[in-house]
Design a binder for this molecule. Structure first.
Ligand SMILES: [Zn+2]
Length: 336
């Protein structure tokens, strides 16, 4: 028999850029709204309240928008809260620590203890209470253990909305106490609409480039650079000196862009449509016909190793330059 708790604790899982946080935040808004509006279509994920959306006008909505709703608790690592523009979610104690060590990347156990105390208080506005924890894998083992009991026997009217991009890193004990929901990629039309709403330039190109992960902070990141690298590689087929005028992005973005170029060339070699740069198929096809399959595969594998360490590399600029040089050398017949 399914116990009630499985409807009170949700774990939403999806790739980065698909909008896991945004979906949870919308669900929290609807649950707390005091005059929710029926939705034209129910949301993609059967979260509580997904048949409605928040009005944005009522006192509860205004409190939430100001970050002051007493029945809403958001637990995020400090670094992420700052990135999402929610400095008010940062505990003053954390802020003191930050001065010494930089913003935290985990949810501290003190924050979980605060959440547990809060979960036992009566709700302030007579409706539901919502606790958001994201990403769930940033809870350390002691913090997760202290959360387990309240997840097992949640107080009535309290919802836990949690999310992750790395389900494999969520502790099994936490996972087993939540109802798991998975986010799929939006359709081409939905992706285009979302990018247009964000006023992203060249939305058709960007929709392919981000593979419909339209909630990435910068879904077009590295696209212009990658396209200019392609053009430079084509121009350089006759000479060694062709270079690109587009500034090189930061290393994580550059590595991801090179990975996308490699995947598209490998797809072209297998007579498949490019996934990320379909408009550049002629250039990709021409270069892919020159690059040897094993060398391309080897380069792509090593980019994967770099992508796991690309956030804080030593000598990031030098490494990126070396990778670009290596990319160009894939197309020099003599280097084979
Ligand atoms: Zn409202």
């Amino acid at each position: 028999m399914i116990k009630n708790q499985y409807f009170q604790a949700i774990l939403l899982h999806g790739a980065t850029g698909l909008g896991v946080w945004e979906t949870l935040d919308n669900a929290a808004a609807t649950l707390l709204c005091e005059s929710p509006i029926p939705a034209m279509t129910s949301g993609p994920i059967p979260l509580p309240g997904s048949a409605q959306h928040a009005c944005g006008q009522c006192p509860a909505c205004r409190l939430r928008q100001a970050g002051n709703h007493p029945d809403l608790k958001r637990l995020l690592p400090e670094a992420l809260a700052l990135e999402l523009g929610m400095a008010q979610a940062v505990d003053p104690q954390d802020a003191t620590r930050t001065e010494k060590r930089g913003p935290g990347k985990d949810i501290p156990i003190d924050a979980v203890r605060g959440l547990i105390d809060w979960s036992h208080t009566t709700n302030h506005r007579g409706g539901l209470k919502v606790a958001m924890i994201y990403p769930l894998e940033t809870l350390g083992i002691p913090a997760a253990n202290s959360l387990l009991k309240v997840l097992e026997e949640p107080p009535p009217n309290l919802y836990f909305l949690t999310g992750t991009h790395r389900l494999d890193r969520v502790l099994p004990t936490l996972r087993s106490r939540c109802r798991l929901e998975t986010m799929s990629r939006p359709s081409a039309a939905e992706a285009l609409r979302a990018l247009q709403l964000r006023e992203i330039e060249q939305p058709e190109l960007v929709a392919h480039w981000c593979h419909h992960a339209v909630h990435e902070p910068d879904p077009a990141g590295g696209m212009h650079w990658a396209r200019s690298l392609l053009q430079a590689a084509i121009a350089g087929l006759g000479s060694r000196s062709a270079s690109t005028a587009t500034p090189t992005p930061l290393m994580p973005v550059a590595v991801a862009a090179l990975q996308k170029l490699c995947i598209d060339m490998m797809r072209t070699q297998c007579r498949q449509q490019p996934l990320y740069l379909p408009l550049d198929q002629p250039a990709l096809g021409r270069l892919a016909s020159i690059a040897s399959v094993p060398r391309l595969l080897d380069f792509w594998r090593r980019l994967g190793d770099y992508s796991r360490t690309a956030s804080f590399p030593l000598h990031a600029n030098l490494t990126t330059e070396a990778l670009v040089l290596e990319f160009r050398q894939l197309f020099t017949r003599s280097a084979h």
